[in-house]
Write a protein that binds this ligand. Structure first.
Ligand SMILES: [Zn+2]
Length: 331
């Protein structure tokens, strides 16, 4: 997932859902000048279940041992990237050590055979996911495509401790069909794309500094995106509409308003949202704050190969864009 600093004024317009602006921003982090060697053992316990059918599902258990020797520094301004050797994810534990070298880092590979049923994980409640006025803008951040929401989109239930305000979703994709781009994997399977809906505890009222300092301050819903077998004739219209906006944001920093007519429910069509995996993790990019309750849904969104191709083509046009974060999933 990505948290990006919001451009000034991005949410200055009246909010059709409740009349107030909504949004988010940059992630801070304390600096440290400590040099040390750490042995890091990552054990991310993960649970998955289907609340209504009481079948269970997942808990991924991943154990990764790394020996890290590094010098902390620059925690608030790590110069990171996806693709260049000097700043790719292999360097993040060294350049953003405070969290990226942590013990509950995301993404992970979910080992479905190790998942444990957890009946405390109830069904989610989704507020304004059916609202066709909830999507506000689409932005080329230089690293992903982000869709901002108007205030009033919320999630609760699903084993979350309280209600969370949903702020934005963004997408991760690969480099051509030969290099799929989902961040999480299940039993080592990597999907062509992954969609992340980012939410923050409502009690923080949009204060990202407070949220990233809380081990459960953020909740991210992760949806895999797969290529549907039936082709574009049966394409969900919502995805066709959404993809049409890519041509309006060809360069980093470009933003376009989204016309009413697309709902989150439509974009998530076909996914049984009672079947998911749960684990506690982190932001998947620097500063890698370990503040995320992850929910990764078992069933993928399915869109046509043609629409997936739009994103791959978009990547070709924008070499800095997206988004193959394989850290933690290659072991
Ligand atoms: Zn993401």
């Amino acid at each position: 997932m990505l948290l990006n600093r919001t451009k000034d004024g991005e949410h200055s317009e009246p909010d059709p859902l409740n009349g107030t602006p909504a949004d988010h921003f940059g992630v801070g982090g304390a600096s440290s000048n400590v040099s040390k060697t750490l042995e890091i053992k990552v054990e991310a316990p993960h649970v998955f279940r289907t609340p209504e059918k009481m079948e269970f599902l997942v808990a991924a258990l991943i154990t990764v041992c790394v020996l890290v020797s590094r010098t902390d520094g620059g925690e608030t301004s790590a110069d990171w990237c996806y693709h260049l050797p000097k700043c790719s994810d292999a360097t993040w534990p060294y350049t953003a050590t405070k969290y990226c070298a942590g013990k509950r880092q995301s993404p992970i590979n979910i080992d479905s055979s190790a998942a444990e049923a957890d009946c405390s994980l109830t069904a989610f409640s989704f507020v304004n996911f059916d609202n066709k006025f909830s999507l506000k803008s689409i932005t080329n951040t230089g690293r992903t495509v982000k869709v901002g929401f108007y205030r009033g989109v919320k999630i609760s239930g699903g084993g979350l401790s309280e209600e969370y305000d949903s702020l934005q979703f963004h997408l991760h994709w690969g480099n051509g069909f030969a290099v799929p781009g989902s961040e999480h994997t299940v039993d080592r399977k990597r999907y062509p794309m992954e969609l992340h809906i980012v939410s923050m505890k409502s009690s923080y009222n949009g204060n990202i500094s407070l949220a990233v300092a809380d081990s459960t301050g953020l909740a991210v819903l992760g949806f895999f995106i797969d290529v549907r077998a039936s082709g574009p004739a049966s394409e969900p219209a919502s995805w066709t509409k959404l993809t049409s906006y890519l041509s309006k944001i060809p360069t980093k920093g470009d933003m376009a308003g989204i016309a009413p007519g697309i709902s989150l429910d439509e974009l998530l069509e076909g996914v049984d949202r009672t079947k998911y995996y749960r684990y506690l993790g982190s932001l998947t990019t620097p500063m890698c704050n370990e503040a995320v309750v992850w929910t990764v849904f078992k069933e993928p969104i399915q869109i046509s190969r043609e629409l997936v191709s739009f994103f791959l083509f978009f990547w070709e046009l924008n070499s800095d864009l997206c988004c193959i974060t394989k850290r933690g999933t290659l072991h």
